[in-house]
Design a protein around this ligand. Sequence first.
Ligand SMILES: CCCCCCCCCCCCCCCCCCCCCCCCCC(=O)SCCNC(=O)CCNC(=O)[C@H](O)C(C)(C)COP(=O)(O)OP(=O)(O)OC[C@H]1O[C@@H](n2cnc3c(N)ncnc32)[C@H](O)[C@@H]1OP(=O)(O)O
Ligand SMILES: NC(=O)C1=CN([C@@H]2O[C@H](COP(=O)(O)OP(=O)(O)OC[C@H]3O[C@@H](n4cnc5c(N)ncnc54)[C@H](OP(=O)(O)O)[C@@H]3O)[C@@H](O)[C@H]2O)C=CC1
Length: 502
Amino acid sequence: MSTIAAFYEGKSILITGATGFLGKVLMEKLFRTCPGLKVIYILVRPKAGHTLQQRVVQILNSKLFEKVKEVCPNVHEKIRAIKSDLNHSDLAISKEDMQELLSCTDIIFHCAATVRFDDHLRHAVQLNVIATQKLLLMASQMPKLKAFIHLSTAFSNCNLKHIDEVVYPCPVEPKKIIDSMEWLDDAIIDEITPKLIGDWPNTYTYSKALGETVVHQESGRLNTAIVRPSIVGATWQEPFPGWVDNTNGPSGLIIATGKGFLRGLRATPMAVADMIPVDTVVNLTLAVGWYTAVHRPKSSLVYHCTSGNLNPCYWGKIGFQVLAVFEKVPFEKAFRRPNAGLTVNTITSQYWNAINHWAPVILYDFYLRLTGRKPRMTKLMNRILKMVSMLEYFINRSWEWSTDNTEMLMSTLTPEDQRIFNFDVRQLNWLDYIENYVLGIKKYLLKEDMAGVPEAKQHLKRLRNIHYLFNTALFLIAWRLLIARSQVARNVWFFICPLYNL
Ligand SMILES: CCCCCCCCCCCCCCCCCCCCCCCCCC(=O)SCCNC(=O)CCNC(=O)[C@H](O)C(C)(C)COP(=O)(O)OP(=O)(O)OC[C@H]1O[C@@H](n2cnc3c(N)ncnc32)[C@H](O)[C@@H]1OP(=O)(O)O
Ligand SMILES: NC(=O)C1=CN([C@@H]2O[C@H](COP(=O)(O)OP(=O)(O)OC[C@H]3O[C@@H](n4cnc5c(N)ncnc54)[C@H](OP(=O)(O)O)[C@@H]3O)[C@@H](O)[C@H]2O)C=CC1
């Protein structure tokens, strides 16, 4: 039997962020490979008119959990949803629930976070720092607790080029930032945010760095570990390839390209695309949970879950492969044919924005207005270009992450655990992975049926013909204007087209 699976037998596990992308895959893997676990407590808030129970049912009814229901038919009995809002000062957990959590929890996986790059600093600090601090306080009152595993990001130190598996000191103590958030009003926080975050590109990465410091400060009293994944993408293998359920990171850009909106990116083709499949992150996280609880390392360890130093891939290669998949399996109802390029040149990128991004949507919205419909494309393009501008920082740089702790952990696992909880990215074939990723976006995110592929291809053919027609018309108009104004142009025209004179 797997040592790691055996460790989780009979354990009560607390997961925050279980309704998120990573949290769902973490729960799925736990139930599928460790069906003997006692209970998974998840901290959930009611959202978008859905109660806690409805949210849990939604997760269990998703395709992701199909295999789990075969292996662990009583899975619904093993999930205990606890009402909580991490934005609240006391996490909004009822007294009874708190009592149960304090007395029963064996392991905590803290995944909840705001991952928005443009979040207000107050909110980012509230969720990524203060809530982490509150959870640590809770954890310190849990007599049975064996490990507290904190999900951070490999980009928490993206202001450095080479990043080791250590917690770097923050320029300002988290406590000072937390205190100041209490009495500063939003307008002042807005004003000082650029100064506070310094050379971090956004409030997300900055607040995650602060969050790590808070965890590190507690590491003397608690058995903690930090996992730092890079850009988390769709599943590689488990429970099936290509599963993804949100538009964060590459997924949003892949959709925008496949639907024909995004035609160019300011990106460095030879910059390392440090992506990591979500199931790889989950496997490492579970192995870290086991190792931290059983081996109790003297100091709190940080684990990099990155691909760049072991199996690098580059944005240019990814871009080519994404476009190649669209040739075979296009998305439905594309606005234009998917065709995009990468450039490092700002002027080229601005030209692309004007000609390839804004001009077509403005024209199309004009057409919608003329036909009495509501224009919507300019708004969508605004959103896409905002997303692109937020991601540009990450697609024009390369980082080096050391992975000594992660490799040490891999060598500690039994061959069976290395297979079941595989986080060896050297085995990843990037071209296959990207193909499955794009297909996964089509199937699980856009909910498009593969039976619609012939029609989607037909639609692209029509778009190509419209494109040719449009270009020909444009050329003829330009040429007509030119020969009306220029003698040289008229001479060329008479020379190549003598019949015109008859
Ligand atoms: C050589 C030549 C080759 C040529 C070929 C070239 C080919 C080219 C091929 C191209 C592909 C290959 C390159 C890939 C590069 C990827 C780079 C990734 C880097 C990632 C680095 C990450 C590092 C750190 C990792 C981490 O550590 S953390 C995780 C990362 N965190 C994030 O990625 C959050 C980012 N995002 C936000 O920060 C917010 O999103 C914000 C942006 C502010 C907007 O914000 P806002 O405008 O308010 O809009 P939303 O609220 O987001 O959206 C409102 C509503 O629109 C929905 N919608 C949003 N988009 C889309 C969309 N496209 N399509 C459909 N719907 C969408 C959304 O579902 C929501 O719907 P609803 O829920 O309301 O129903
Ligand atoms: N995705 C990525 O590319 C990467 C992610 N990470 C880290 O991994 C972790 C998980 O990220 P990911 O799954 O992608 O993020 P998601 O945005 O998909 O999930 C975030 C989770 O946090 C929960 N949450 C947010 N606010 C609150 C709140 N106030 N109270 C209770 N729960 C809340 C969300 O709940 P709800 O459903 O109610 O909104 C959701 O379950 C994060 O710590 C992130 O920093 C690190 C590197 C890359």
